[in-house]
Design a protein around this ligand. Structure first.
Ligand code: NDP
Length: 478
């Protein structure tokens, strides 16, 4: 498989460079070849998106929805193939990746139907015989910058609402998900998207992303990725006064109170921390445990970690696979080294594969560090869980909120009062009781507080608010 750009209705092979993609599960194996774009490709994509705008905008939302419905059908028909490619490219276990593709299909169907949903409102006017109402109109050309950790679902949760609202798009996928992005673009092309409506430009963030932000006449940008890059994108967007949304990092906590049901808490914490090898912005990274249950929780957690199956992403039995890339391996391994040096090891899973065959990091649980330690404050984005014992609920909330991030937080308790207090007091955009931190539903708003986001929301109806703007109309008919 080779990556390609899709610009102005044409498939193109950019020539600014090439990258061979190794399979993170087995780095001896090559998955494909990525062709990198130059600034000129991005500018061409911007021109194509501008040129296609009036035609796409003037189509009825229902007609735009037909394209999304067709894309859902095609993605369903190609689900196995797309999941296999994405798992091979970035190492997410195939069973999880199939779930992600299914979610992409649901998102396409959901936003297809949004085309014909009633929206806007009629607002009484102060003058007689005046009809005053609001309507939603497209923003124009939207730039989408996506990460590699959800190579199918994140692009779709931006593309589908942007398209149904009548915008045209320049999409810059993560370099590390270029093959998946090419396959997803093919689905949308085959679904009948008119030329120029979606323009996919494959390449490096420092070249393609930068040119997109600096030179393409964007009306809005939606970004998901690291806080460092997100803040830069936000600054550039603010300077140009274009609408923007940045979904960034997390340092998500699960709080286990003394009365927690461990049959619920332990699997939820393990899943939150270790599925996708911990590479989710909503992954559980800190587990705050009330003293009264600490020893019992640790014993049950150890048993669960000992049973984890860590193997190739294409092995159906794998609970988690490798991390996504050499860069991720280096970054996460550095945190593991710090953890093994400066914290106490509580549990570490065994690998079911030769560690040297791919980017494998054995899931690790540690304790014995203070709340200001880098393991507790920095986003690791790997299978590393830090336990923090606390005296009581008040200390648990204080520790939970002692972070610059605010994406998701969970509490495990049988006490309704404690659960409701947690929902009130935890400073996070996604707050949950007796559920893992990383559950996200496409029909509900998703996003964080504090440094985790630009305080906008994605998915559900919130995405339609982002990808459109409101006009207040008034008609005098006297
Ligand atoms: P980045 O934030 O750098 O990448 C996210 C997207 O932004 C990619 O498409 C990237 O392109 C692009 N990009 C990079 N630089 C620029 C730029 N100057 N202007 C515009 N776009 C740009 O994250 P990384 O992939 O480098 O991952 C590094 C760390 O970020 C991870 O270890 C993790 O901690 C965090 N991360 C968090 C995510 C989350 O969901 N919260 C998702 C992904 C990463 P390219 O890939 O080509 O460089």
């Amino acid at each position: 498989m080779e990556s390609r750009n899709y610009i102005g209705g044409e498939w193109m092979t950019p020539t600014a460079g090439e990258l061979v993609v190794p399979n993170p599960s087995n780095t001896q194996e090559t998955v494909g070849l990525v062709h990198l774009s130059a600034k000129e490709d991005v500018l061409q994509a911007g021109d194509a998106a501008v040129a296609a705008l009036s035609k796409w905008t003037s189509m009825t939302p229902g007609a735009r929805g037909e394209v999304l419905l067709k894309a859902a059908q095609l993605l369903e028909a190609r689900a196995e193939e797309v999941a296999h490619l994405a798992s091979s490219e970035m190492g997410k276990p195939i069973t999880e990746m199939k779930g992600e593709v299914k979610r992409g299909i649901n998102l396409l169907r959901y936003y297809a139907a949004e085309g014909v949903r009633a929206f806007g409102s009629v607002i009484p006017a102060s003058q007689q015989q005046v009809l005053q109402y609001t309507k939603r109109v497209p923003l124009g050309v939207v730039g989408l910058i996506t990460p590699w950790n959800f190579p199918i679902a994140i692009p779709i949760w931006k593309l589908a609402p942007a398209l149904i609202c009548g915008n045209t798009i320049v999409w810059k996928p993560a370099e590390n998900a270029s093959l998946s992005a090419t396959a997803l673009t093919q689905v949308l092309v085959d679904a009948g998207l008119p030329a120029g409506v979606l323009n996919t430009v494959i390449g490096q963030g420092s070249v393609v992303g930068q040119a997109l932000m600096d030179e393409v006449p964007l009306d809005a940008v939606s970004f998901t990725g690291s806080t460092q890059t997100g803040l830069k994108v936000g600054e550039q967007a603010a300077r140009r006064n274009i609408k923007y949304q940045t979904e960034m990092g997390g340092k998500n906590a699960a709080v286990v109170l003394a009365d927690a049901n461990l049959d619920i808490a332990v699997p939820a914490v393990v899943s939150g921390a270790f599925t996708s090898a911990g590479q989710k912005c909503t992954a559980t990274s800190r587990v705050i445990v009330e003293a009264g249950i600490y020893n019992r929780f640790v014993a049950a957690l150890r048993d669960a970690v000992n049973e984890l199956y860590v193997g190739s992403a294409l092995d159906q039995k794998s609970y988690l696979g490798p991390v996504a890339s050499a860069a991720q391996f280096e970054k996460v391994s550095a945190f593991v080294d710090v953890a093994l040096r400066e914290a106490n090891e509580v549990a570490q899973a065994r690998l079911q594969v030769n560690p040297a065959s791919g980017y494998y990091v054995a899931p690790l649980v540690v304790d014995g560090v203070g709340v200001q330690h880098p393991l507790v404050q920095e986003e690791v984005f790997g299978p590393l869980m830090t336990l923090l014992p606390v005296r009581d609920f008040d200390e648990a909330i204080a520790v939970c909120n002692d972070t610059v991030y605010g994406l998701s937080a969970s509490v495990f308790t049988e006490n309704l009062h404690a659960g409701m207090r947690f929902l009130d007091e935890a400073q996070a955009g996604m707050v949950r009781v007796n559920l893992e931190t990383s559950g996200v539903e496409y029909q509900a708003p998703f996003g964080g507080m504090k440094m985790s986001s630009s305080h906008t929301r994605e998915q559900g109806q919130a995405a339609l608010d982002f990808y459109s703007q409101t006009k207040t109309c008034a008609v005098y008919y006297g």
